[in-house]
Ligand binder design. Structure first.
Ligand code: AMP
Length: 229
């Protein structure tokens, strides 16, 4: 059996992990798991998990390592066999999550190749992007748009989703205080997380994403030696 490719996108909020994931899933048939999207779905469905995490998400804090890791493990058990390549967008975010994830993969699946990609971009760029970000309110869609002038992520019809025609809205954590909190938390964990991968002999691929989405996608394919149009 061909080794599964698992791409771990590490980067601050608003660095474009989700947008690149969407391009990879649409153009290359990959699958992506965004833990943030799963959590937002739980909140909107007012599930048992949703009620526990609502406050953490709104204030930009992290959800507990145990809860997120359990959710990811369940997802992998369901989807792993069917997928050629998997992108993790927003997980692992802490060293504890990374350790538990590696252990789980080794015990459960054995054959896999991990590719860690670190997105880097200036904090000011991220703040500007997040302040202009809108998402589709349909919880099964959650496509991301930008109202920044000239952005390729502008919706075709004002405030409506191109894919499912649902209205667009703001994320509750895309407001200034929560954005600052999320950036601070990201920077608190980034160094240790990257060091963790290096210690476990997984190279970290550095990726400057301060460029247009089209160029990010082209460069990503080159960096990973992938051919897709
Ligand atoms: P994101 O959509 O990736 O920006 O995530 C939105 C929010 O979901 C984060 O600010 C956290 O509150 C929560 N979250 C997502 N992924 C994780 C994770 N791996 N660990 C802890 N909290 C997470």
């Amino acid at each position: 059996m061909k080794e599964k490719q698992i791409y771990i996108f590490v980067g601050p909020p608003g660095s474009g992990k989700g947008s690149l994931s969407s391009l990879c899933t649409n153009k290359m048939g990959w699958v992506s798991l965004s833990t943030g999207n799963l959590f937002r779905k739980h909140i909107l469905e007012q599930s048992h998990i949703g009620k526990q995490i609502d406050f953490a998400i709104k204030s930009g804090k992290l959800v507990s390592d145990e809860l997120v890791s359990e959710m990811v493990r369940d997802w992998f058990v369901e989807y792993f066999d069917e997928m050629p390549a998997i992108i993790l967008d927003g997980y692992p975010r802490t060293v504890v999550q990374a350790g538990s994830f590696l252990q789980f993969l080794r015990e459960k699946f054995g054959q896999f190749q991990l590719r860690i990609v670190r997105f880097f971009v200036a904090d000011e760029t991220v703040v500007e992007r997040l302040s202009n970000r809108y998402i589709c309110k349909n919880i099964d869609c959650q496509s991301v748009y930008s109202l920044m002038k000239g952005s390729p992520l502008s919706p075709r019809v004002s405030m409506m989703c191109d894919k499912c025609d649902s209205p667009l809205g703001r994320r509750s954590d895309d407001e200034p205080r929560a954005i600052r909190e999320r950036l601070t938390i990201y920077h608190q964990h980034e160094k240790n997380l990257l060091q963790f991968y290096l210690t476990h002999k997984y190279p970290v691929i550095e990726f400057n994403v301060d460029k247009k989405l089209h160029d990010v996608f082209e460069e990503f394919k080159q960096l990973m030696c992938l051919n897709a149009s």
